[in-house]
Design a protein around this ligand. Structure first.
Ligand SMILES: [Zn+2]
Length: 219
């Protein structure tokens, strides 16, 4: 239910706030989607996912939480070395609807700074925790060269009732051309998400799905 409500919310937000991505801009009906993970890096989950993505030669975007970047800098460098995109998911996983704009943008900046200090890269994308964005924040981020990315469906991989099978089924049923799929690489998702992708990815690849980097098709 929570995943459903969040997906409904982000679709509505992306219509109300210009500049929020919840689908990549794809031409036609091309079977291409974007895979995203948030809340990492996490030693229980990220290494397994990186191996899996290598196995199927799929690239993804990892929206990182700053305080975990500080704890696991080697994992962050590994994500980048293996060809994936780094995104900003705030330093302390703050809720923008419960935080002043000033405190929030400071937290977003801190996250970009720590990513930059461990990799030399500045993220060009960010995702608001819980999908909670405001027009002011999206504008601020655009002015600072960082685009807001939501999602068009969440596979509910951190729901207490999630199983590898339920997450796999959700991915296979809901994926659409241009989908931005939201998954997690935190300790809660470690027991289901890698196992779900281990089943879902080969099936999708057999059906000619491809996974693009964020913005590959942006106009
Ligand atoms: Zn998150």
């Amino acid at each position: 239910m929570r995943a459903f409500l969040e997906t409904y919310l982000v679709r509505s937000l992306s219509r109300i706030i210009p500049g929020c991505y919840s689908q990549d801009r794809l031409p036609g009906e091309e079977k291409t989607a974007v895979l995203t993970f948030e809340d990492g890096p996490d030693p229980a989950s990220t290494p397994q996912l990186l191996d899996l993505l290598d196995e199927f030669q799929v690239s993804a975007t990892f929206f990182l939480v700053g305080d975990k970047v500080a704890q696991y800098p080697d994992l962050v460098r590994e994500i980048l070395d293996r060809g994936h995109t780094l995104g900003n998911h705030t330093y302390y996983h703050l809720d923008a609807w419960k935080t002043s704009t000033l405190s929030f943008v400071k937290d977003v900046s801190s996250c970009s700074r720590i990513i930059n200090s461990v990799t030399g890269e500045l993220p060009l994308w960010w995702r608001p925790p819980y999908g909670h964005a405001t027009g002011k924040l999206v504008n601020w981020c655009q002015r600072h060269n960082i685009q807001t990315v939501l999602w068009d469906f969440a596979a509910a991989d951190i729901s207490p009732r999630a199983t590898a099978r339920s997450v796999e089924k959700s991915i296979l049923q809901k994926i659409r051309p241009g989908s931005i799929l939201s998954l997690h690489d935190n300790s809660r998702a470690a027991r289901v998400t890698p196992a779900a992708l281990q089943e879902a990815l080969p099936r999708l690849i057999d059906e000619n799905w491809q996974f693009a980097k964020l913005g590959s098709y942006a106009a």
